[in-house]
Design a protein around this ligand. Structure first.
Ligand code: AMP
Ligand code: GLY
Length: 424
């Protein structure tokens, strides 16, 4: 198989790394790719949302399978265009992608089909928001902008006064993240967060893996929300029957709903869950693999991952093609100092990320130029390590981060020091 991965972050580097190792994979390509994907395949200099150019190149290079990495490609309809031309695509069409690209669409879908999620109200103006808050009875309020906002569209408020202040800022200053006009107010849930990844071939939906990520910039979950600063898999401290519970309470009604609405959803459904005393509730859906969760899932894959994704894209999901080892994996994201406030470009980084057996480092948005790597800034790298349990993997990954920091010399990158701490 000749496989194209669409996207340019560490998630896509990890996917390309695992796909390239798959017995059924002959060659990997990336659009536009990064320094990592360039090291094992061919990068096409095409934006990830340019479906027309991607299709032309896929035909010219006889691509057998396209894997859509980022939500922007899905929302831009890249999947629809390729599928219409008869190319096998892992990743939903734009309409299925609305489960991620519109939080309001997702909430209404869940309400229609009985998927557990926090009670919510939709507002389009400050006046309407204030009225809703006047009658708010639960202790916390979570405010969400409707569209894609790269992790910046959610504010968790302790009380209605804090919520009022956020709404005033968003509406009065026309500063709703993502640029939309619609806002969700929802009750705050309490529990532990876990992300479950289910594959769907349009007919069946099967959970294949789970992970926990760390969204805040600073240690102890302080500082601003980011795209993700670290992750580990498998999750620790959740019920043994986690998958069965998720299958029954979440995946079954979601699949029934998709089928009832005539939506052939193909790809991964990322279920961001809050595990409450009453069981799992959906916080959000994503229509793609997570970043950095993918970086800790790929090292655990055994078998033919390319065959797994191809079977899914072909509508005949074969979960026996690949599985996840019981080993734990911990990943730490290294970012430029001011992330997520600004992204400072870096030049002249070393190409060599080799760190030993069971350790893999994946490049974020970067370009290979001759003997060096240049980075756009923000999340530059994800370093991962496998171990017998989370504590062992954690010890190894931080050792690897120190080694890499020495190799990077004067280039200083920041990272959280508490990823997967205190779990076992
Ligand atoms: P989202 O972008 O929807 O995943 O939200 C970002 C983060 O906000 C989540 O990872 C949660 O930590 C938090 N969050 C979102 N919705 C809720 C909710 N209803 N209750 C509690 N926390 C929430
Ligand atoms: N790590 C969260 C996400 O990919 O959306």
């Amino acid at each position: 198989m000749r496989i194209l991965i669409v996207g340019n972050g560490a998630r896509e580097d990890a996917l390309s790394w695992k796909l390239a190792q798959s017995p059924s994979c002959e060659a990997v390509f990336a659009a536009p790719g990064n320094a990592g994907t360039a090291s094992r395949g061919v990068n096409w200099n095409i934006p990830q949302i340019d479906g027309k150019a991607i299709l032309q190149q896929c035909i010219a290079h006889a691509i057998d399978l396209v894997v859509l990495g980022p939500e922007t490609a899905i929302a831009a309809g890249v999947g629809d265009r390729l599928r219409d031309a008869g190319i096998a695509v892992f990743g939903p069409n734009r309409s299925g992608g609305r489960l991620e690209s519109s939080k309001i669409f997702a909430k209404r879908f869940m309400a229609r089909h009985g998927v557990p999620t926090a009670p919510f109200q939709i507002i389009h103006s400050l006046e309407a928001g204030e009225k809703v808050l006047d009658e708010w009875t639960s202790p916390g309020v979570v405010i969400k902008a409707d569209g894609l906002a790269a992790g910046k569209g959610v504010v968790v408020c302790d009380d209605v006064d804090a919520a009022r202040a956020v709404l005033r800022e968003w509406f009065e200053q026309k500063a709703i993240p993502g640029g939309g006009t619609d806002v969700l107010l929802e009750e705050r849930l309490h529990g532990r967060e876990v992300s479950v990844f289910a594959l769907c071939d349009g007919r069946a939906m099967i959970p294949i893996a789970a992970a926990c990520d760390y969204k805040r910039a600073g240690d102890g979950d302080t500082g601003p929300n980011t795209g993700g600063m670290g992750a580990y898999s498998p999750p620790v401290g959740f019920p043994d029957n986690l998958y069965d519970r998720v299958r029954e309470t979440i995946l079954a009604p979601v699949l029934r709903g998709l089928l009832a609405e005539g939506e052939t959803y193909v790809g991964v459904l990322y279920c961001g869950l809050m595990w409450t005393e009453a069981g799992p509730y959906v916080i959000e859906f994503n229509a793609r693999f997570g970043d950095p969760e993918t970086q800790v899932l790929m090292p655990r894959v055994t078998g033919d991952f390319a065959a797994l994704l191809k079977s899914c894209a072909d509508g005949a999901l074969d979960v026996s093609a690949a599985s996840f080892s019981p080993q734990a994996c911990v990943g730490v994201v290294l970012a430029t100092a001011e992330y997520p406030r600004t992204s400072t470009p870096l030049r002249g980084l070393p190409v060599d990320l080799s760190l030993g057996d069971g350790i893999a480092a994946f490049w974020g948005t970067t370009q290979r130029e001759g003997a060096v790597v240049n980075a756009s800034g923000g999340r530059v790298l994800t370093v991962t390590a496998l171990g017998e349990d989370v504590a062992a993997a954690r010890a190894r990954v931080y050792e690897a981060v120190s080694t890499l920091a020495r190799r990077f010399g004067a280039t200083s990158l920041t990272y959280r020091t508490d990823i997967a701490r205190g779990l076992s």
